[in-house]
Design a protein around this ligand. Structure first.
Ligand SMILES: Nc1ncnc2c1ncn2[C@@H]1O[C@H](COP(=O)(O)OP(=O)(O)OP(=O)(O)O)[C@@H](O)[C@H]1O
Length: 764
């Protein structure tokens, strides 16, 4: 009953009220009473929303009570409202329960049969009957055995539930039907190394326990004068036994050291393999994402997933998985050993285990939302840091250094606060575990000691057993850290999976396109297109760009000129109508073939951190030095490159920071020329170069354009006056006028007035 639970946490049923404020494809704004005036709840709701499948971004404002949700195309617009209501209910329920929202929405459908089907009740009833008989009729020993059975069953139930819940949560979060647990998914193809590392860890644990037993026997020899088990091996005197034990201890120490070294090495290699594999595959996926998704995600968020998150996936295996296995192995060995040798103290020795498992399980619930929130804060901080550093000149020119420092201070403070919350939970969990393990040690000593005193347990049996459970329980002290790592890993896995769930570009079903055969005729046939949540950029647009000619697109800013280029290169797809290259719909072509056929210089060309030569050769890696120089000459870049001390080997820094805007454009132009594609699109490719240089570039480009289709997008009309055809675009993505320069001047329309304006400016 959400409302009752909500009331318990200070929420009223009116707080569950959500109303849509604005709904447009891909983005919705809602009024959510719950978050009004509650910053923490707003953060948590946003974090919970972000973890839901299909939601790409969520922001909640405690000041206005508004919630902004962005979602990808897989989610139906109407479903977003349902997801939001569900998230609000979860937050209310979670707050009433653990003080924070349950990080993971509980499955709406009944759990699978394996969980709550026939097996569990049968076991429970059977076990209950057997326990009842044993408790009523049994001896003191059978009572203790029942207690131990209870401890084991409770541990198994808690661990099983935690495991299944995590798997269900992942299924729900990623929207996949994967049956496997996230850890199994993460280990992926490295399972052989995982098995090897696991075998070594188990062997190491066995050696450690053997060492503990030998030390117990040594104490026995010193106190009792002999250790009975050694007599069976022919060591009858105390001195012989001590020598024998010295040898055994040395061998066990050697084995522990060797096995520990090899298992650690294997775990670390496994961690590195996992990190490398996930980074490689995720990055490959990101490279093939549709551009709209790539642009929709913050680059720093993607970079964070590819660095920190994939590192965390490997780190869990490198640092914690071995501990978990050793813990499991020691329990698997110790429980039967105790049952066999000292069943009367077994239950107290192992009593903390289900308690600790239960605590860890609840801790995991408690901190999951904290991790989501703190991850989000970190991502924002990182994004802001990168942005501000990149905007160095803008910040300085506006003297906003202090403003930026304050912004970072605020964001960093939020990170600090959310980490503080998580740390408090982590530390308190660790301490509770320590109290449990220490009390159990005291209990084992007390009850075991009493059994020895009253003669029901022989000292020589008890002596080696004293240290062994402590070995396990001390390891359990690390459980807090392990669960912490586990939770971080699940959070990281969630982010990486979400990135990998974004759809990759799909290829057309038609046959390949031979670049050699491309003539280059481009036709836009009644094309309409709008960016998500925006008014149409192109509306019912039809135009023809003839093969082998120079066509110019000019006109108002924001009139859709670049969008035409994006549709042709399939960075975006038209919603209505079609874009044809040589009569074939570009959506039918393999994207690589299509893009090989087009040389493109973007409005804001990107130069990589490297040498000028490398940047010109980018994409045409096999080009000779002579070809690079020739392309640079055509782009009027050779003269300034040759004048640099290192010429083509000059390193130009990130984004070509060590070059002027006009120089950067000429390098990008040379790159497109070197590609030698049958269609070339220049989007404001020479806007930053001076008129004289531009005129020189145009002269050489006329030779280059002789046998190819060239599309020039420009604001400076002098750039396009020699074009064979000029399309003048107007607001709303429509063609206002078309013709040659002279024809357009004769029309005395938009183009003519623009020309007069620019000619006047030049003359002025
Ligand atoms: N990635 C995007 N997301 C949302 N809207 C966009 C995006 N890119 C462009 N737009 C919008 O689409 C419209 C057309 O943009 P486009 O870049 O095609 O115009 P343009 O004619 O090339 O403009 P300019 O001459 O200023 O370069 C503009 O209103 C712009 O705001």
């Amino acid at each position: 009953m959400p409302s009752l639970l909500g009331a318990a946490a200070g929420y009223r049923s009116a707080d569950l009220d959500v109303r849509p404020r604005s709904v447009i494809p891909g983005r919705q704004r809602w009024d959510v009473k719950l978050v009004l005036g509650r910053p923490r709840t707003a953060e948590v709701l946003a974090a919970v929303l972000r973890r839901l499948p299909g939601i790409t971004e969520a922001q909640a404002s405690p000041v206005t009570g508004g919630v902004l949700v962005r979602h990808d195309a897989r989610v139906n617009t109407a479903d977003v409202g349902r997801l939001l209501r569900r998230a609000v209910t979860l937050v209310v329920e979670g707050s009433a329960g653990a003080g924070r929202p349950a990080p993971v929405p509980p499955a709406a459908e009944p759990a699978p049969l394996a969980d709550h089907g026939v097996v569990t009740p049968v076991l429970a009833v059977g076990g209950g009957v057997a326990a009842g008989i044993a408790l009523v009729k049994g001896s003191a020993l059978s009572k203790q055995l029942v207690a131990l059975g209870g401890v084991a069953a409770a541990t198994a139930a808690v661990v099983r539930k935690a495991w299944h819940r995590t798997a269900d949560a992942t299924r729900e979060l990623t929207g996949t039907e994967a049956e496997r647990h996230p850890l199994v998914e993460i280990a992926g193809p490295h399972r052989r190394r995982l098995y090897r590392a696991s075998a070594l860890s188990v062997a190491c644990q066995v050696s450690e326990m053997a060492l503990g037993t030998f030390l117990g026997w040594t104490a026995l020899v010193l106190i009792n004068g002999e250790a009975a088990p050694l007599v069976r091996f022919g060591l009858t005197t105390a001195s012989a036994q001590l020598w024998g034990l010295a040898g055994l201890v040395a061998a066990a120490c050697g084995a522990v050291a060797g096995l520990s070294y090899s298992s650690n090495l294997q775990w670390r290699r496994l961690g590195q393999d996992i990190e490398h594999e996930w980074r490689k595959r995720t990055y490959a996926h990101v490279q093939h994402l549709e551009l709209r998704h790539l642009e929709g995600e913050r680059t720093t968020r993607i970079a964070g997933a590819l660095t920190d998150d994939v590192r965390q996936l490997g780190a869990f295996f490198a640092s914690s998985a071995g501990d978990v296995l050793q813990l499991g192995a020691s329990l698997a060995l110790l429980v039967p050993l105790f049952l066999l040798l000292a069943p009367q103290i077994a239950w107290i020795a192992f009593l903390p285990i289900p308690v600790i498992a239960w605590l860890s399980f609840h801790y995991q619930d408690k901190v999951a939302a904290d991790y989501a929130v703190s991850g989000e804060h970190r991502a924002r901080l990182h994004s802001q840091l990168v942005n501000t550093l990149e905007a160095g000149a803008t910040v300085k020119s506006f003297c906003t250094e202090d403003y930026e420092a304050e912004r970072i201070d605020r964001l960093s403070g939020s990170v600090q606060e959310s980490d503080h919350e998580t740390d408090r939970s982590t530390i308190s969990h660790g301490e509770v575990v320590r109290v449990c393990t220490t009390s159990s040690m005291a209990g084992t000593l007390l009850i075991g000691g009493r059994s020895v005193l009253n003669g029901s347990l022989r000292f020589e049996v008890f002596s080696p057993l004293i240290g062994l459970p402590q070995m396990v329980l001390l390891r359990m002290n690390r459980l807090g850290g392990i669960v912490d790592q586990y939770q971080r890993t699940l959070s990281a896995y969630d982010r990486v999976r979400r990135l990998r769930a974004l759809p990759a570009e799909t290829d057309g079903t038609g046959g390949p396109l031979d670049v050699e055969d491309v003539r280059g005729e481009i036709v836009l046939d009644n094309v309409s297109f709008a960016y998500p949540g925006r008014p149409p950029a192109l509306e019912d647009l039809s135009l023809t760009i003839p093969a082998g000619q120079v066509t110019a697109l000019v006109g108002a800013t924001g009139s859709g000129k670049t969008t035409i280029a994006k549709l042709l290169m399939r960075f975006q797809d038209a919603e209505f109508g079609s874009v044809l290259l040589d009569g074939r719909d570009v959506r039918d072509m393999p994207r690589h073939d299509l893009r090989h056929a087009i040389g493109f210089v973007a409005q804001d060309p990107f130069l990589f951190d490297g040498t000028i030569g490398d940047n010109i050769r980018y994409g045409s890696f096999g080009a000779s030095d002579d070809a690079v120089v020739e392309a640079a000459m055509m782009a009027e870049a050779h003269t300034f490159v040759a004048a640099l001390p290192d010429g083509y080997d000059t390193v130009i820094g990130e984004r070509g920071a060590a070059l002027s805007g006009g120089q950067r454009q000429r390098i990008a132009l040379a790159r497109a020329i070197l590609k030698d594609a049958p269609v070339v699109i220049l989007d404001e490719a020479t806007s930053a170069v001076d008129n004289e240089t531009e005129a020189a570039i145009q002269r050489t480009l006329r030779v280059f354009a002789a046998e190819r289709t060239m599309v020039i997008i420009a604001h400076r009309l002098s750039t396009v006056r020699h074009a064979d055809r000029i399309y003048v675009m107007d607001k709303g993505g429509v063609v206002a006028e078309q013709g040659t320069h002279d024809e357009l001047l004769a029309q005395h329309g938009l183009y003519a007035s623009l020309w007069q304006l620019q000619a006047g400016e030049l003359a002025a």
